[in-house]
Every structure is written in C-alpha cells, then in structure tokens.
Unconditional design. Structure first.
Length: 304
C-alpha cells in the first residue's frame, strides 16, 4: 500500500507540469484564448497560463508572485525581518527563484509554506532549509512527502488551522478538506482580502482538474472544500497555477467541478462503461495523461 502511494505520488509530481505543457501547446495552436479571470488578472500580463520564463509580478506592496508556466506559483510576502514564500516550485527552479527574489529584497527567507506535497510546489524545500528557512505544511502532505524523500520535509505542520504573524500580514493557514490531494492548505490574508488556494484552484484555460487519488484527492469532497474557502472574506485569489484573479473565477471553477460530479454520477447510474466515462472526461474537461491515470478510477468509484 505504501509503495502504491509512493508510486502514485511520484507520478503526480510531474503531472501538473506535463498537463500544463500540453495545455500551453494547445493554447498556442488555438491562439491562446484569454483566461476567464477578470479584476486583478486583467492588469497582469502573465495572467492565465503564465509566461514561459520565470517572471516577477507585483500584486501589491510587499507582495509579489514569481511565475512561469512550467510549475506552481511562488508567492513572496516581505516583512521587515524577512520573507515568507508560499510554494517554491521544483528543486531545479531554486537558483532562479533566489535570483529573482534578490531583485526585490535582500531579506532572508524565514518560512516556506507548501500548499501541498507535489514537487512543483515543494521542490525547493531542502535548499531553502539549507539557507535557514522553516517549512510549513499540512500533516498529510508531510506524510506523503516522507514516503518518497528524506530531505526537505516540513518541520512545522498543522491539522486544521495555524496563524503566522508576518509584518503587516496575518496568515491564517487552514485545512478545509480534501480535493486535489488530502493535504491541501489555503492561506487566507484577512487584512488584505486575499486567499492563496494552491492546486485546489488552478486556472489555465481550459481548467485542469487533477484529482490525485493516490495522494488522497477526492472529487466528491473538493466542492465542499471550496465552499468552505468561499465562506471566507476575500476579493483577490491566488491560484496554484495562473495569475492573480477574483472570487467569481473561483466560483466558476467550483461550478465546473460540480458539473463533473453530476456527469460522472449520471453515467454511473446509466451503467456506462469505464471507457465512455474516460471519453467524456477527455472531451468535456480536457483530461489526458496523468490526470486520467490518477483520477479516472477514483471518480468512478466515488461518484456512485
Ligand atoms: Zn499539485
């Protein structure tokens, strides 16, 4: 069982990056339709999928995003005594992230938050720890990581909630339920009316919904998890992949997941074969590759 989890997790490490590449290629062929997000996203030239090169976007004073299209967003919160990073991409991105970071601040990285365990969000942990940072994650995410790695494990974990006071920022870190994995946390900044969603919300167009069942993911629970997030007060949303966007965009994403639940349940009731459900997920929701491998049997089993 442990081996199964480990193999699934390894596969998932690259799943988002691969799906992302496919989407980007498809988008380029089709003339890259604009993202559905508005508000903050419309002022962000890297909104939607994201630039190919690592690029720094200023979202507001003391808050930046370092982004590219190949892996998860790295968010930078700067206070007088140091920096909090929310996610740190792949290990191979570490040096480039630090170069970009040094263009905006010379302060040390005090904390790294992993929104979940996938390697395109937590890959820089060991290198950040070598530089003195403490890594924070959900206990389930740490458990999943400990199946496949010994270096870079988080040393601070939470079950339901923790609060970090960081200069002008209060970071309320919540576990609101399963979804993309069973260890996704959201970071709510009540004073700034912002929320960081990790891969509970990934926004390239069309959406990619990776339900990592070996990593504890759940389509059935994902919408309830998003309901709990939507109950918090915020206007700006930072997705796991894609540019800063707004609440309406997150609601659209949730509606898409509800539609997926309904369609799989309906096909299960009509006793449609696995191949038909796979085809529906490919045509309606853009599933392919790892997204299908990690998600198909799980959604069929769950949505009875
Ligand atoms: Zn992920």
């Amino acid at each position: 069982m442990k081996n199964l989890i480990a193999v699934g997790t390894l596969a998932a490490l690259t799943a988002f990056a691969l799906a992302a590449q496919a989407q980007q290629q498809r988008g380029q062929q089709q003339g890259a339709p604009p993202p559905q997000g508005v508000g903050a996203a419309s002022a962000d030239p890297g909104a939607g999928f994201g630039p190919r090169e690592l690029t720094t976007f200023k979202v507001r004073d003391n808050f930046y995003m370092i982004r590219n299209g190949q892996s998860g967003n790295c968010s930078v919160l700067i206070a007088d005594d140091g920096v909090v990073l929310s996610d740190n991409k792949f290990e191979m991105d570490h040096d480039a992230i630090m170069t970009k970071l040094r263009e905006i601040t010379d302060k040390p990285v005090l904390y790294v938050i992993n929104t979940h365990m996938h390697g395109d969000h937590s890959g820089g942990n060991a290198k950040n720890q070598d530089l003195g940072a403490k890594v924070i994650a959900h206990e389930n995410a740490r458990f999943q990581m400990s199946m496949t790695q010994t270096k870079g494990l988080p040393t601070i974990t939470l079950e339901d909630h923790m609060r970090l006071y960081h200069g002008e920022f209060i970071l309320d870190i919540y576990w609101l339920g399963r979804g993309h994995t069973d260890g996704d946390i959201v970071v709510h900044l009540p004073k700034q009316n912002m929320i960081f969603m990790g891969d509970l919300f990934a926004t390239w167009d069309p959406y990619v919904t990776l339900i990592d069942y070996p990593g504890g993911g759940s389509l059935r629970e994902w919408t309830r998890t998003l309901d709990r997030a939507l109950a918090l007060p915020f206007t700006t949303v930072i997705p796991g992949h894609g540019g800063a966007t707004d609440r309406a965009h997150l609601e659209t994403y949730k509606a898409q997941l509800t539609r997926m639940q309904d369609m799989v349940r309906e096909m299960n009731r009509a006793k449609k074969p696995r191949e038909d459900i796979q085809k529906m997920l490919e045509t309606e929701f853009g599933w392919s590759g790892f997204v299908t491998t990690l998600g198909l049997d799980g959604v069929i089993r769950e949505m009875q």
